[in-house]
Design a protein. Sequence first.
Length: 428
Amino acid sequence: MNILLLGSGGREHAFAWKIVQSGDCTQLYVAPGNAGTETIATNVPISITDFEAIRDFITSKNIGLVVVGPEEPLVKGIVDYLQNQPETVAIPVVGPSKLGATLEGSKDFSKRFMQRNNIPTAAYETFTADQLDAALAYLETQNLPIVLKADGLAAGKGVLICLTLEEAKTSLKEMLLDQKFGEASSKVVIEEFLTGIELSVFVATDGKSYKILPEAKDYKRIGEGDTGLNTGGMGAVSPVIFADEAFMARVEEKVVKPTVEGLAKENIPYKGFLFIGLMNKDGEPKVIEYNVRMGDPETEAVLPRIESDFLALLQGIGTGILDSYELKISADYATTVVMVSGGYPGSYDKGKVISLPDTVEGAEIFHAGTGRNAHGELTNQGGRVIAVTGKGKTLQEALSNAFTTVRGIGWDQAYYRKDIGMDILNLM
């Protein structure tokens, strides 16, 4: 079949890399794609939010399956749009409905969903600007540190962990009154700070049945030792030793099952991926947040561990027959190291020429913010530029393969964290 994949990041390059391995893939198109996807698929210069152009492309190229990578088109209703167009109503789409995507599009909506369905999560209250006095009074009753979350999408930057009451009050005013995160912080969720070990659990669901994909741990901060500003993610490791069989059984029983059953019970159409950010607190899971797509860079560590046909998994999600899919997962390790432009997550220079090694062993190179200049040379066009995933029978081997490959890639002002996975290695 012909497939259309929406997105341009490392997650989408990993999706494309896995999809084209399937014998059922005739032609893969990626809109808009990047310099990595163009080597294995056909890039299409269409914006992920230009719904009409997407619809027209689907009909012109006889697309049999649409896969939505990022959250923005999902939150804006791409699935509902395509299912309400006579030309595309019958085309399976991997991604939740607009209502389902509100699990990521609104922190308040997702917290209320968890409360209704008895899913363990941090205590919270939500406030708007006209409730500022009540919000400030609420802060005075809470333990520190305290978490402030912009209700809407804020490109991964809308979460603040405040260590003092003064910092919390100042930050809350900046979010509600000064619109620090734009429209996203017109509502703010004030949430209990959870302690424990954080991890990400990924679920594929067709709205009725589900498959739990490999779990991962990501590294959000720019600096080594988890210091500095939050980023979109500086690396990931899968599997993780603190997600043992007993813990994952509790995750399935207390989080995954009630989530999927809650979506069905509340008539929220959901055929796609569910990314569950969890805290492992003494062996018990608590949900930090939902995302309505696969994570990035976690996808680059999760997909290499899936041994079964990935396109068949996508078809199972889109057509509602996921129950018959047999998911096979490798016991090997996959570790992802993200290379970013110097200055990220602040300002950075674009257009630096990137050199890739001629041969790579034990690793995969996934492109994110890459493009080509007028001479056809590979360049950095974003903050997070390349994700290198090392594979190995042990964590040490996977990390060694990842870092060896990273050291063979270069461009002026490139930066990466050298301690990805080292915390887990020290626990083993």
